[in-house]
Write a protein that binds this ligand. Sequence first.
Ligand code: AMP
Ligand code: ZN
Length: 458
Amino acid sequence: MLKLYNTLTRKKELFTPLHDKIVGLYTCGPTVYHYAHIGNLRTYVFEDVLKRTLQHEGYHVHHVMNITDVGHLTDDADSGEDKMEKGARREGKTAWDVAEFYTDAFKRDSALLNLIPPDTWCKATDHIKEQIALVQTLKNKGYTYETSDGIYFDTTKLPDYGKLAHLKEQKLKAGARVDMGEKKHPNDFALWKFTPAQEKRQMEWTAFEKKGFPGWHIECSAMSMKYLGEQFDIHCGGIDHVPVHHTNEIAQSETATGKKPWVQYWLHGEFLHINDAKMAKSEENFITLQTLQDHGISPVAYRYFLLQTHYRKQLTFSWKAVAGAEEGLEHLYRIVNGWKAEPKIGCAEYEKKFFDAMSDDLNMPQALAIMWDLVKSDYPPSAKKASLDAFDAILGLGLKDLQEKNTHIPHDVQALVKNRERARKEKRWNESDQLRQEIIARGFTIEDTATGPSLKKT
Ligand code: AMP
Ligand code: ZN
C-alpha cells in the first residue's frame, strides 16, 4: 500500500499505476553546462529512493531521464542566453564538448551516490525531430502564435493552465521574473526560438523556415511521451519546476494529445539551501560531490546525510552536519562489519515498520530511525544483517557490500589515502608523510605499488 504525495492534488494518495505492475517514471535530468551541485544531487537521490521503493513494492519501473543539452536559457524563462552556449564561452570549448564532458561527470557522480541508472537516457539534441513535430501539432491545433523571436504557446486558450502550481489562485507565477518581450501574456512560453539575425549559434536547426532551437520545456514533453506513451504514471523534479517547467510541460502535452491527465502523480523534492539561500549553479558558489570528497566526506555519507531529512522538507547544508553523517555511517559500518546474514531469517517486526515508513510517502528519516533501533536490538546479528540487507535495497548505503568485501576500508581512511596521493603528485612530501602516519594510526599499512597505493589492515 504505497502512498505518495501528489503535487497535482496536494494530497497523499494511494499509488495505483496505469498498467498493473509496470510503472513509467520520468525524472527531469541535468542541464549539462556545469557540474551538478549537491543540491541537484539531493533531487536525484530522492528520485532514486522513490524508484527503489517502487521496485520493493514489486513494480517493474521504466525510468527515463533526459539530458538537457540545448535550449535552457539563463533566466529559466524565454530570455537570456542558452546555458550551453554560455558554458562553451566560459571554457573555450564547443557547446557539444561541454555537454559531453558534464554528462560524463554527472554519470560518475550518480554512480558514486549509488543511484540506479535510468533504463533510458535521452538527450534533447538527439530528439530535435520529435520536438519539431510536437510544436507543429500545437501549431496545427491553433494554440500558438509567432513573434519575431520564436513560436509561443498561447496559455489564454487553455482554461486549466497552471493547475499544477495553482496559478489561478496565486494570480502570478511565484518567483518568476516577467519579461514580456513580444509575448501577449506573461504566462505564455517559447516552444521554439529563432536564432537572432546577428548571432551565430553553435547549436541550431532549420525548422519553420528559419534557423532556431527548441524551448526548454518541449524536450521533456516530446521525449517522455516517446518513451513512456501519451500518458504515464510519475513525473519528478525539484520544487522549482512546479510553476514554470512542469506547468508548461502539462500545457503542451495535454493540448497535443487531448488526453488528461498526462501524468498521474507529480512528485517534487524540496531544495538544499546553503547560508540561507538556495544552492544554484548560476551563482557559481556551489559545492560539488568532489568538493565534499576533498573535505573527506564520501559520496555515500552524503547520501546518508540526505536520507535523514524527508524529501519534502527544506534542508540546510553545513560542514558540521555532513561530518556528523560521515561519522554516523562509519559507526554503522563498524558495528555491522563482520555480521553474516542468515538467508531468509530476518526480523519481521522491524522489516514491517521500516517498509511501512517507506510506503508512507517515503518517510526516510523514520525508516533510518527504525534501522538504528534494529541495529541496537537483541536479535542475533545474523537476523539483523538479513533485515539490513533488505533495507539497503532502498537505502543504497553499501551495507550489503560490507559482508561481501569484509575488509572494509573506512571512508575517513579512503579520504586520507586520496589526499596523500594528491600531496605526492604535487610533491608536498612532508604532508604526504604526515598523512601516511595518520593512516597507520587508523590501523592500516600503506604500500606504493606500480598500480597505486595498496592498503593492509595491521
Ligand atoms: P538543472 O541541472 O539546473 O536543470 O537542475 C537539475 C535538477 O536539480 C532539477 O530537478 C532541479 O529542480 C534540481 N535543483 C536545482 N537546484 C536545487 C537545490 N538547491 N536543491 C535541490 N534540487 C535542486
Ligand atoms: Zn524537464
